[in-house]
Design a protein around this ligand. Sequence first.
Ligand code: ATP
Ligand code: MG
Length: 788
Amino acid sequence: ARPGTADLLEDLNPAQREAVTHAGGPLLVVAGAGSGKTRVLTRRIAYLLAERGVHPGEIMAITFTNKAAAEMRERVAALVGKRANAMWVSTFHSMCVRILRREAKTLDMSSSFSIYDSDDTKRLITLVARDLDVDPKKYAARTLAVHISNLKNELVDPEEAASKAANDLERRVAEVYAEYQRRLSSANAFDFDDLIMQTVSLLQAFPDVAEYYRRRFRHVLVDEYQDTNHAQYTLVRALAGTEATDTGIEPAELCVVGDADQSIYAFRGATIRNIEEFERDFPNAHTILLEQNYRSTQTILSAANAVIARNPNRRAKRLWTDSGDGEKIVGYVSDNDHDEAAFVAGEIDSLAERGEADYSDVAVFYRTNNQSRVFEEIFIRLGLPYKVVGGVRFYERREVRDMIAYLRVLANPDDTVSLRRILNVPKRGIGDRAEAVVATHAERERISFWAALRDAVEDKVPLLNPRSAKAITGFVTLLDELQEMASSGTEVHDLLEAVLERTGYRAELEESDDPQDASRVENLTELVTVAREFAEFTAEVTNDENAELVLDDGVPAPGSLPAFLERVSLVADADSIPSPDGGEEGDGGAGVVTLMTVHTAKGLEYPVVFCTGWEDGVFPHMRALGDPAELAEERRLAYVAITRARQRLYVSRALTRSAWGQPQMNPASRFLDELPPDLVDWRRLEPSSPGFGNFGSSSGSSSGPRAATTWGRRSSSSTSSSSPFGKAWKDTVALKLDVGDRVSHDKYGLGTVISCDGVGPRATATIDFGASGKVRLMLIGSVPMVKL
Ligand code: ATP
Ligand code: MG
């Protein structure tokens, strides 16, 4: 049955209804947290279809959470069935990939382009910087990468960057930027920022392309508008248009919703700027304010309002609820971080016991990913089901990246970064020198690295020693065979199996007696499973008889290698958020507790929320303490955290924290002082023992659940016998590190590996610990350090 208009508008307040039914000029909905902005967007799409005769293919919706995307699809599917597939609901990045695949030719690229993530980007920038003789001590690749990314987000191209450069750093950045772009394009690759920037320039430079999309997308809707940067904003404007085209196509209807107080990805001023730009560029824009909050109790809302009110220069908002005061906020001061985690776990347990909350009702927030470890330890020990969202992600693991690199090369042999990554992985006798000789040849002949490898096979690369040439021949033959398989339609999981088998990659890991390698094998098996499920899922969709499948150009064939790679490149933290109604296998329906950073929690809501680590130096972040603009951003983050809670909110802090290496004593977060005192019920305010000296002793087993894949900390006080991995640790402690790995050392804190030397008992790594300096460490013995 088709839901009528009445159903669509019934459970909306008048302001929301106005936003849903508004027709014509651009619409801006600005409103506080939980006021129904996302609901308005979802409902508006349904309304467009049901009442205004809009076809799903005319809708482009940009969202950040899967939940919102799924809800939109569901509603649209209920109205029009499988035709819902024709609607584009995606993030900015996937939308751009679709457009770029379709228009690749126009930009002189092949539609099988690779997408470089930040790690690939850093690798390529490192190569470029080395070739341009940039002193890495003066300008690290990371620094260059950040600057280039900022330029792209401001839509500044290399020429403009060069002409604007005002100091040595900026000149060097401009130089590296120009060469980096040249290499990206010859590798047939885009980085993340390019996806946006190139789509913008495509639409701006080719009016007929812009017109095609304008004709197609008559409705553009954007959620979480406050977090769009300048490039994304320009993209929206280019897509929707501000005036009729020469051929008479009117601008698309635009609807953006956001909350300046929740801007948590913007650098200075970007928040106000986004909204000001909108109001300036669309003088006929209509603005609607929503003031009723439907999510939280009055207590939670008052706390959130009190905190955010401390930010200077904001537009004040009235936000109210009629849902009653509810429970007081529970505050807790613990001796140390382990004790804090124990409190959280105990509290979750008793809520569940009393039937007041399911595990899936509960979210635990922290400021940075590394804070999850302590929670995981205790949750595992107590058997509390949980899921960590984000952190060291599956697709960031070395072995997974290696396999993805193989697949990328098979799809796009010009992808030099991936090709060089796997050139000698597993070791096949192509050393650094041979690689450099081939690279020089490629550079001189102005051919791709892949073409240069082919030249090596034909003996056309000068200075290459015969042994390397032979090894290269073996490698090229292998890739040719695999490519043959790929192009004859072998499914991705079979292709992966073939890579693992024929390269000897799996055999090497299986023969190793390093326990870490065993878990690498498991991860690879998991990757094959992911690929198989991907193939099965897409087969199901394609074979569905009722499917009125709208095959859209720009979308790689279902189940194909490019489709799989695209999926992998664009997977986001938010993609692994457990569904709120539980449903994870074998948990009896009570679901799992969700652990995540506040950034990831944007747009979500939970009946019970734990805000942990509220200490100055942790949250607000150390970096923000002396910087008013950064502090304002941290405060917005606190506002986001508080406003995720529906019924119960907990805030806690630890007097000492060991998670960063050396035990640290942090003062209470200033945000705690900003909570109205009468709203908080402090369960515990004092340390249990003077000097709170018992930290460490309560840490017990220090094997994180990731001990199987990365090395857990060996704290001197830990009783390793109680650890499931304790024995293995004792016997074979040795950290395997790569350049670029992030580590946390008990004494020196967080660091990045800058070089590795020696093997076996002689293995050492030089690690940059920032303020603690650069330190060279042995990797055998009891290293009080973990890889992050
Ligand atoms: P955020 O700023 O956190 O993204 P939001 O403004 O997008 O929040 P929603 O997530 O859309 O808010 O809505 C918050 C909650 O309130 C949801 O559970 C939603 O279903 C509910 N809600 C919104 N509007 C109404 C309404 N008119 N009646 C009842 N419930 C509503
Ligand atoms: Mg929302």
